[in-house]
Ligand binder design. Sequence first.
Ligand SMILES: Nc1ncnc2c1ncn2[C@@H]1O[C@H](COP(=O)(O)OP(=O)(O)OP(=O)(O)O)[C@@H](O)[C@H]1O
Ligand SMILES: O=P(O)(O)OC[C@H]1O[C@H](OP(=O)(O)OP(=O)(O)O)[C@H](O)[C@@H]1O
Length: 212
Amino acid sequence: MSKPLIIAMPKGRIYEEAAELMQQAGYNLSADAEESRKLILEFPEQNIQVMMAKPMDVVTYVEYGAADIGIAGKDVLLEQDRDVYEVLDLKISPCYVAVAGLPNQPLSRIAPKIATKYPKIASDYFREQGEQIEIIPLNGSIELAPIIGLTDRIVDIVSTGRTLKENGLVEYEKITDITSRLIVNPVSYRLKGNEIDEMVDGLSKAVEAESV
Ligand SMILES: Nc1ncnc2c1ncn2[C@@H]1O[C@H](COP(=O)(O)OP(=O)(O)OP(=O)(O)O)[C@@H](O)[C@H]1O
Ligand SMILES: O=P(O)(O)OC[C@H]1O[C@H](OP(=O)(O)OP(=O)(O)O)[C@H](O)[C@@H]1O
């Protein structure tokens, strides 16, 4: 039998939807994988291995060829700009990246401060707007920053809008819509093209079926 196809799956909120889509495409990932503490799950009957990774790290595993395929949010791909093929929009985990802040607060005239865990997306956006800004990098609970007066704005993911609302913040601009994507290591595509094409084909049919 050929070497197994290695898939880096994100732990956390994308996992469930991604696993369901894989299931519909004929790849039976066990339902309790999310609860397990095992980081490498083997499915020998389907000749695949699943690596459970942090969403931000999935792209690293795929770029270095530790995984052949991965599933990652478009936010992560825009932020990291890595050497991987983005082959399919899975249309799961929809959300968007937005600029938000306290209501009725104009931006400081000189070097407004922007808190974010997406420094590249934020800098690219404000550069296009012709604004010189200072990025304050944070890893989570970004909404705290304008409330306590640390920054003028945040650049962060919005999904339901509940976090902004419950913290008294408003959205100023939408930067870009986000969904999860299937990514592939370029060398793996050459070496395992048939299996990868088969998986991409199965998943694109599952995505189509979901969107009707
Ligand atoms: N409300 C949301 N907040 C954050 N990400 C979301 C949301 N809705 C969908 N996503 C998508 O889910 C992806 C996974 O992010 P998430 O914050 O769930 O990871 P996590 O499992 O919590 O890991 P981390 O430990 O990095 O926070 C994001 O990259 C984004 O594409
Ligand atoms: O619009 P909503 O549905 O409220 O979702 C958006 C929130 O969810 C994410 O945070 P997460 O839960 O990942 O926690 P974090 O602050 O630790 O990143 C994101 O950073 C927002 O804070």
